[in-house]
Design a protein around this ligand. Structure first.
Ligand code: OAD
Length: 272
């Protein structure tokens, strides 16, 4: 398969005319900024640029297991702000759900912990939450789970929850993947899917954290790859069939939806 030109319209023609059935999405924080959740690395607005008040040795320490085990308070000072309970999916999230409805979604790999993919209607079996989620929490020493209602109170009050097991005393952390922790089994069990995809679409990621950042390179050389992001990232641009939309994620998603003839369906669903 090859594209006649490197445009969003050419991608839409490819999808509509080549019986595309196995689309793999690989997404990150840039997809959710339009719903009010900061990303990590954007200059000025990214979370890592706004942590000075927490007194961390370096910004990523906020999500390092070794640092958390010594000093969990900074994480709990900020987690109320990044949990994003009230946020709604973006147009882009809903477009991915539309691929699912049309039987074309092979898998959506996400680095996001905001669970907006689920809210948009992407079912759990088409989702790899590679960096976990806030849905559950557990002790960093004994691994015991911790009740949701107690967790919610601690997050709101910015207090560190302590394990309830007798004589443990470990700090409790949401089951999001920290640096120093392994990704969920589901990520490794699904990692063969990009290689057999008939289209790969990367949205809103700087592709700077491994092993996730490697996924787009697993897409087969003959298969088109699409990037919707406000900057060029990873190995995009090095293959003849790479299509780059350099702009907002929603702008790219709308252009693609328009070219596919799906725009009004997605818009209606998004506004619902
Ligand atoms: P980053 O903050 O590293 O990258 C977000 C990308 O999206 C950047 O390239 C931005 O320029 C771009 N971007 C932001 N808003 C956008 C918009 N509205 N339209 C288009 N592009 C936009 O976020 P991730 O790549 O998701 O991991 O970060 C990866 C991992 O690093 C996160 O999962 C997190 C973090 O440390 C852990 O905490 C384990």
């Amino acid at each position: 398969a090859s594209l006649s030109e490197r445009s969003i319209e050419a991608v839409a023609d490819y999808i509509n005319n080549k019986n595309v059935r196995k689309v793999v999405f690989m997404v990150g924080a840039g997809m959710s900024t339009a719903s009010g959740i900061p990303d990590f690395r954007s200059p000025g607005t990214g979370l890592y640029h706004n942590l000075r008040k927490l007194g961390l040795p370096h910004p990523e320490a906020l999500f390092e297991l070794s640092y958390f085990k010594e000093n969990p308070q900074p994480f709990y000072n900020i987690t109320r702000e990044i949990q994003a309970d009230q946020c709604r999916p973006t147009f882009t999230h809903v477009l991915i759900a539309e691929f699912y409805k049309r039987g074309m979604l092979e898998m959506c790999f996400t680095q996001n912990i905001d669970a907006l993919e689920r809210k948009a209607g992407i079912p759990a079996d088409k989702l790899v939450e590679a960096h976990g989620s806030y849905a559950t929490q557990s002790c960093t020493i004994c691994g015991a789970s911790y009740p949701d209602d107690l967790m919610a109170v601690h997050v709101v009050e910015q207090r560190v929850p302590i394990c309830l097991e007798t004589n443990c005393g470990g700090y409790v952390k949401p089951d999001i993947v920290f640096f120093g922790q392994s990704l969920p089994d589901r990520f490794f069990n699904s990692r063969s899917l990009p290689a057999t995809a008939d289209l790969g679409i990367v949205i809103g990621s700087s592709l700077s954290v491994q092993p996730f950042a490697h996924l787009p390179d697993l897409i087969s050389q003959e298969i088109p790859r699409v990037l919707l992001n406000n900057q060029i990232v990873g190995s995009f641009g090095r293959r003849p069939d790479d299509v780059i939309f350099e702009g907002t994620c929603d702008g790219g998603a709308r252009a693609l939806a328009m070219a596919l003839g799906w725009h009004d369906d997605v818009e209606r669903e998004w506004l619902r």
